[in-house]
Design a protein around this ligand. Structure first.
Ligand SMILES: Nc1ncnc2c1ncn2[C@@H]1O[C@H](COP(=O)(O)OP(=O)(O)OP(=O)(O)O)[C@@H](O)[C@H]1O
Length: 336
C-alpha cells in the first residue's frame, strides 16, 4: 500500500512572552496509507491541530520530515494541492449566501467546473438544501458544507480536523456516513478527534498522540487487542468462595460489586468448569474487551512518564523551507 501522509520526527515549539516556550509537538511520527480512514486521536492540547497545520504549511515546523502524496511538504505541496482537501479548525461562511452560491464562488476561484458543485452537494446530502441561506443551516449542515468545499477538487486525500466537534448525535452519524461513503469512493481520510467512540466506529486505523508524542498507532482492532487483559465478568451465587476456587486454579479473581472480575483467561470454559465442579453455577460470563476510550485513557494518562518509551527519534532533518506559502491548497479554516 502506498503512503499518502508520512511524518517523521516532527517537532514544533511555540514561544511567547506570556507563556514562555511550549513544545506542542515533540518528535511525532504519522503514517497514513492509501484507502485508510485514519483516526488522529488525542486529548485537548496534545498537538493534533499543530501537526496538521505544520503538514499543510500553515505553521513552520522546527524539524522533521513530512510528505503528502509522496511530495515533501510543505516545500512541494503545491504539486499535489489539487488532490488534497483539508478543513483545519472551524469553518465559517457568509451567512447570507446560500450553500450553492458559497460553493459556486469557491469553485470559480479554484478553477473547478460549476457542474462539480451539484455533485458535491449531492455527496454531502445537501442537494435539497443548497438554495437555502447558510445562516439557516444547522452546525452539522455547515460542517457538511465545509466538507463539500474541500471535495470540489475531487481530492484523493481529505484531512478533517475535529469534524464532529459540537455536533449532536444525528449530526455525528451523518458525518460518519459521509466519511464512509468517501472512503468507499477511494478517498483516503485523516480525521482528528477526541471523540473516541466515533473514531472506533468510523476508522480502520488510528494514531494516538499525547503531549506531542505518538503513544500508539496501527489498525484499530490491533491497538485494542494489544490492550486486551483477557478479563471476564462472572456472576455466581457465592462470589467470595468462587474467588478462592479460581485462585486455586491459578487464575486472578476479585469481587467487583455483585460480580467477579477474572483475569489471565484465554479459554473461558475453564472458569465455568472450575466453578461448576464445586457446584457453583455461572449465571453470566462476559468478556471485558477494551474499548478505545480505556486504551486512550491508559495511554494518554501514562504519556510523559519516564518508563514510557519514545516511539520516534527526534533527530529528524530540518525541513528547509518549511512554512512556505501554500498558494493552491484547498484549506478551509478561514472566515469566508
Ligand atoms: N499559536 C500558538 N501559540 C502558542 N501556543 C500554541 C499555539 N498553537 C498551539 N499552541 C499550544 O500547543 C499545544 C498543542 O495545541 P494544539 O492546538 O495543536 O492541540 P490539539 O490537540 O489540536 O488540541 P484541541 O483538541 O484542543 O484542538 C497546546 O499547548 C497549545 O496551547
Amino acid at each position: 500500500m502506498s503512503a499518502v501522509i508520512e511524518i517523521e520526527g516532527l517537532r514544533k515549539t511555540f514561544h511567547s512572552l506570556r507563556n514562555g516556550r511550549r513544545v506542542a509537538v515533540d518528535g511525532f511520527d504519522l503514517l497514513v496509507e492509501a484507502g485508510q480512514i485514519h483516526g488522529f486521536l488525542g486529548p485537548n492540547g496534545s498537538g493534533k491541530t499543530t501537526t496538521l497545520r505544520a503538514l499543510l504549511g500553515l505553521v513552520r515546523a522546527d524539524s522533521g520530515r513530512m510528505r503528502v502524496l509522496g511530495e515533501p511538504s510543505p516545500q512541494l505541496l503545491p504539486r499535489v494541492a489539487g488532490r488534497v482537501g483539508a478543513i483545519v479548525e472551524s469553518p465559517q461562511f457568509f451567512g447570507n449566501f446560500t450553500g450553492y452560491r458559497t460553493l459556486r464562488l469557491l469553485a470559480r476561484a479554484g478553477g473547478v467546473p460549476i457542474a462539480r458543485v451539484h455533485e458535491v452537494l449531492d455527496t454531502v446530502g445537501l442537494r435539497d438544501r443548497g438554495d437555502e441561506r447558510v445562516k439557516g443551516y444547522s452546525l452539522g449542515m455547515k460542517q457538511r458544507l465545509a466538507v463539500a468545499s474541500a471535495l470540489l477538487k475531487d481530492p484523493r486525500l481529505l484531512i478533517l480536523d475535529e469534524p464532529a466537534n459540537g455536533l449532536d448525535p444525528a449530526g455525528i452519524r451523518e458525518m460518519r456516513d459521509l466519511m464512509r461513503s468517501l472512503a468507499a469512493a477511494g478517498v483516503t481520510v485523516l480525521v482528528s478527534s477526541h471523540i473516541l467512540a466515533e473514531i472506533q466506529l468510523i476508522c480502520d486505523h488510528v494514531t494516538i498522540i499525547s503531549r506531542g508524542r505518538r503513544v500508539a498507532a496501527g489498525r484499530v482492532d490491533e491497538v485494542l487487542a494489544g490492550h486486551d487483559r483477557h478479563e471476564f465478568l462472572v456472576r455466581v451465587a457465592e462470589p467470595e468462595r468462587a474467588v478462592e476456587l479460581l485462585e486455586t486454579a491459578d487464575l486472578t479473581a476479585s469481587v467487583d460489586g455483585e460480580a467477579l472480575v477474572v483475569g489471565g483467561v484465554t479459554d473461558p470454559t475453564v472458569i465455568s468448569r472450575v466453578l461448576g465442579e464445586q457446584g457453583l453455577w455461572v449465571g453470566e460470563l462476559t468478556p471485558l474487551r477494551p474499548d478505545l476510550e480505556s486504551v486512550f485513557l491508559e495511554l494518554t494518562g501514562a504519556a510523559g512518564h519516564p518508563s514510557v518509551p519514545r516511539q520516534v527519534d527526534d533527530s529528524g532533518l530540518p525541513p528547509g523551507g518549511a512554512g512556505g506559502a501554500v498558494t493552491d491548497l484547498d484549506v478551509r479554516g478561514v472566515d469566508a
